[in-house]
Design a protein around this ligand. Structure first.
Ligand code: NDP
Length: 286
């Protein structure tokens, strides 16, 4: 029997998720339908779309811009949140909490939220054989994406992390908030500074700003170096990666993270593990 999945967003026409999940289904021999689901940008519409989907027999849903925080509040009041979703303050994966359903909780109250974005990034970096254990990492940005990646990075055993942001106060507040919310995140392990002040040599520098959407350039110090540069953005030439490529670093854009987070959502829903390296090769060929 066909199992049904959706990705909810606004806009949504550009989403690559149906293509990625259809490939995962082919890899695992599953019969699935995965559709893009447009939703008006308000919490009531999101609730109506999600409830209609799960009452209609849907198995799982992805959530993308601008609904990740709305999905967080929705799940917090219903079927609960994973540890990664709690720290991220955002949900990208919806599924039914079977333990609650078994207790007789109504389906609408059993919708559970996870966040696979950060672990998707970590899995992508590891799949390229970049060791994260003991790595000195710098992250540029202090928005929603950084909330999602910081716990999985720390859990993977990195040594230190510096968070640099255009607005330094937002980086400071983020570190205070995250270290209060999680016993794994130690404030002492995280430095903060402005983007222009970020200097020195790092194993990995991650651009987690949304600057790639504009023509602006990050004010990167001449004394800033890394072995590996990662930009969470993908799908266009990225000046951040070009800058470090010219200095001899290896680079990746965020397409691998997109596939990595999708693979983890697929695994949560179906129990099937995805060979992400093979899936990435197949997607690049298609
Ligand atoms: P937010 O809007 O929450 O945060 C934006 C961040 O970018 C802030 O730190 C902001 O700094 C900084 N910024 C924006 N414009 C500039 C600029 N002109 N100069 C310097 N800094 C700037 O965005 P998100 O955290 O949600 O997303 C960040 C990026 O991550 C996006 O490009 C998104 O597409 C990507 N992403 C990729 C994923 C993937 O699967 N590959 C998954 C999730 C996100 P300030 O605080 O000073 O305003």
């Amino acid at each position: 029997m066909t199992q049904h999945f959706i990705v909810i967003g606004n806009p949504i026409a550009h989403s690559k998720s149906p293509k990625i999940h259809t490939l995962f289904a082919a890899q695992t021999g599953m019969d699935i339908s995965y559709q893009r689901q447009y939703c008006p940008n308000d919490a009531d519409s999101f609730t109506a779309v999600v409830e209609a989907f799960f009452y209609g027999g849907g198995v799982g849903a992805n959530v993308t811009v601008p609904f990740k925080q709305i999905a967080y509040a929705f799940c917090a009041a219903r079927g609960g949140l994973s540890a990664h979703a709690k720290i991220a303050g955002a949900v990208n994966t919806l599924l039914l909490n079977k333990a609650l359903l078994d207790k007789g909780v109504p389906l609408a109250e059993a919708i559970y939220g996870d966040n696979t974005d950060g672990q998707g990034l970590v899995n992508h970096i590891k799949s390229l054989n970049w060791p994260l254990t003991c790595a000195r990492v710098a992250i540029i940005g202090a928005g929603g994406a950084v909330r999602g990646i910081i716990l999985p990075l720390i859990e993977s055993g990195i040594a230190t992390v510096t968070i640099a942001n255009r607005t330094v106060s937002k980086a400071v507040e983020l570190v205070e908030e995250l270290s209060t919310a999680s016993t794994v995140i130690d404030e002492q392990q995280i430095k903060t500074c402005s983007t222009a002040e970020l200097e020195g040599s790092f194993d990995i520098i991650i651009n987690a700003t949304s600057i790639g959407l504009s023509d602006d350039k990050l004010p990167l110090s001449h004394d800033l170096n890394c072995q590996y540069a990662y930009d969470l953005m993908y799908g266009r030439p990225l000046p951040f990666l070009q800058h470090f490529e010219a200095r001899g670093a290896q680079t990746s854009d965020g397409y691998g993270m997109l596939i990595g987070q999708a693979a983890l959502s697929f695994e949560r829903w179906t129990g099937h593990r995805i060979d992400v390296t093979k899936a990435t090769e197949d997607l690049n060929k298609s």
